[in-house]
Ligand binder design. Structure first.
Ligand code: PMP
Ligand code: GLN
Length: 434
C-alpha cells in the first residue's frame, strides 16, 4: 500500500475541523528560517531571576530519590499546599489544597481540562476578542459553540501618539445580548494578552452579574497576575461576592517565575468544578512532572513571606520590566507605530497604518493583511512580531488588519537592536518615493 493510500485514510478528524498549525508553530519556524530579531513568542531572552533555575539545580542533586518519580496526580502535595496558602490570602477565603486546586501541564492544559470538563455538545461559550488563540479550537473540540465579542478600541480615531490599554472596552449591551440560556461558560483573560488591559472591578462586576443571572461559570485566565504596572491593580474575579462558586482561575509558573519552559500551570476554584477538570486531566496527562513541582513549591515558599514587601519577586517583576516597556514604546512611537501602552504583561500591540502606504506586501501570499506584514517584516526588516488576527475569529480578523504584537521582555541589548532596526527601516521608508 502506498503512503498516499494510507494518508488518505487519515484526514484530520472532524473534531479538528478548520484547524491548522497555529501562529506559534508558523512563526517559530520563521525564526529558524530567516533569523530575525525575535520579539514574537512571549519569553525573556535572559535569566530574569537567577534564584529560580538554581532551585531546580538543587533538586536534581537532592538525595530524595522519590523526587524523580510520579507524584500525586492532581498536584504535588508541597505545591498545592503552598498555592493554597497564597491564594487563600489573595482571595480571602480558605482554599482546600487537595480538592480546590489542580496542577496542570502549563496554563494550556488548565484551559483544556477546564473546558473539556465543563462543556458538552451545543453549549455556548462567550469568548472576548482578541483572545489567546487556543481558546477557540479547544471549545470547538469538545462540541462547544464559541460566541465572540470583540473588545473595541474606543479611541481608534484619536490623534495621540499612543493608545491606552484602557481604551479597549467591552460593550455592555453587546455582552448582555450574547448571554442566553445555552451559555455555559465565559472565558476571561485579565491581565489581557495581547492588549495589556487590566479589567477593572466594574467590568468584572458586569461580567459576574451576567454569570449569576444565567448561572454561568467564568474561566478566568490570569497568567499575567504578577505583571501589572502601577497604578493598575489586578482584581481576581473569584474574589468578588458570589463569584467563587462559579469561577475557575488559571495560573502559570512560566509567567509567574519567568520560566516558560517549566510548563507548569494550575486551576483553583470550588471542588465541584475542580473535580470535572481533574477527571479530564487524569485521562490526559494524569500527573505533571515532580521535580518542577517541587522546585516551584520552594520558590513560592521563599516568596510568600515577603509578599507585601518591595523585595518580593512578585512585586519586583513589573518594576524591573517598566523601563523596558517605556523604552520600547518610545522606539515604536519614534518609528511611526501607534502602540497601545500595556498596563500589564510584556506584550505591546502596535498599529502600523501610518507605514502601510509605503510598503509593498504583494510578495506575501497570506489572506490576512497583518500576517502579510509580520512575514514581510521578518524577511525584509529582520524583526519578528506576531500577527494579532490569530487572536480573532474568522469573522473578525479584519479588526487586526493593521496591528502587530511585539514582546518586550528582552535584554536591553535586544531592545536596543530592535530600536536600531526600526530606526533604519523608518529612514529608508521616509527616503522612498511614494
Ligand atoms: N493564557 C495566556 C493568556 C497566555 O498568554 C499563555 C502563554 N503563556 C497561556 C495561557 C499558556 O501558558 P503556559 O505556557 O503556562 O501553558
Ligand atoms: N503565551 C505566549 C505568547 O502569547 C506563548 C504562546 C505559545 O508559544 N503558544 O507569546
Amino acid at each position: 500500500m502506498s503512503f498516499l493510500q494510507i494518508g488518505s485514510k487519515y484526514p484530520l478528524p472532524r473534531r479538528f475541523k478548520d484547524c491548522t498549525y497555529s501562529v506559534w508553530t508558523e512563526f517559530v519556524d520563521l525564526v529558524t528560517t530567516h533569523k530575525p530579531l525575535n520579539l514574537g513568542q512571549g519569553f525573556p531572552d535572559y535569566p530574569a531571576f537567577d534564584f529560580v533555575p538554581s532551585i531546580l539545580a538543587q533538586i536534581s542533586d537532592s538525595k530524595n530519590d522519590l523526587i524523580h518519580q510520579y507524584t500525586r496526580g492532581f498536584g504535588h502535595p508541597r505545591l498545592v499546599n503552598v498555592l493554597s496558602k497564597l491564594y487563600s490570602k489573595l482571595i480571602n477565603r480558605s482554599i482546600n489544597p487537595f480538592t480546590e486546586i489542580l496542577i496542570t501541564c502549563g496554563a494550556y492544559e488548565a484551559i483544556h481540562s477546564a473546558i473539556s470538563g465543563l462543556i458538552d455538545t451545543g453549549d455556548e461559550v462567550v469568548i472576548m476578542e482578541p483572545y489567546y488563540d487556543c481558546y477557540e479550537p479547544i471549545v470547538r473540540l469538545f462540541g462547544g459553540i464559541p460566541r465572540f465579542i470583540a473588545l473595541k478600541n474606543i479611541d481608534v480615531n484619536s490623534e495621540k501618539d499612543a493608545f491606552s490599554s484602557k481604551s479597549w472596552q467591552l460593550n455592555r449591551n453587546e455582552l448582555e445580548n450574547i448571554f442566553n440560556e445555552k451559555t455555559k461558560l465565559i472565558i476571561l483573560n485579565t491581565p489581557h494578552n495581547p492588549t495589556g488591559k487590566v479589567f477593572i472591578r466594574e467590568e468584572l462586576e458586569m461580567i459576574g452579574n451576567l454569570c449569576k443571572k444565567y448561572n454561568v461559570v467564568c474561566l478566568s485566565d490570569e497568567v499575567y497576575e504578577w505583571l501589572v504596572y502601577k497604578p493598575a491593580v489586578h482584581v481576581r474575579i473569584a474574589s468578588l461576592p458570589g463569584m467563587w462558586e462559579r469561577t475557575l482561575t488559571i495560573g502559570s509558573a512560566g509567567k509567574t517565575f519567568s520560566v516558560t519552559g517549566w510548563k507548569c500551570g494550575w486551576l483553583y476554584g470550588p471542588d465541584y468544578l475542580i473535580k470535572n477538570a481533574s477527571i479530564a486531566h487524569q485521562n490526559n496527562i494524569y500527573t505533571y512532572c515532580t521535580p518542577i513541582q517541587e522546585a516551584l513549591a520552594i520558590c513560592f515558599e521563599k516568596e510568600i513571606p515577603k509578599l507585601d514587601s518591595p523585595d518580593c519577586y512578585f512585586q519586583n517583576l513589573s518594576i524591573k520590566l517598566l523601563p523596558k516597556r517605556d523604552a520600547f514604546m518610545k522606539t515604536l512611537i519614534n518609528t511611526g507605530f501607534k502602540p497601545t501602552i500595556p498596563d500589564a504583561g510584556y506584550f505591546v500591540v502596535a498599529d502600523w497604518s501610518k507605514q502601510s502606504s509605503k510598503i509593498d506586501l504583494s510578495s506575501e501570499k497570506d489572506v490576512e493583511e497583518d500576517y502579510k506584514f509580520a512575514k514581510w517584516m521578518t524577511k525584509n526588516v529582520k524583526l519578528l512580531g506576531i500577527p494579532p488576527s490569530a487572536f480573532y475569529s474568522k469573522e473578525h480578523k479584519n479588526l487586526a488588519s493593521h496591528l502587530i504584537r511585539f514582546c518586550f521582555f528582552k535584554k536591553d541589548e535586544t531592545l536596543n537592536q530592535a530600536r536600531d532596526i526600526l530606526t533604519n527601516w523608518k529612514k529608508s521608508l521616509d527616503g522612498c518615493k511614494l
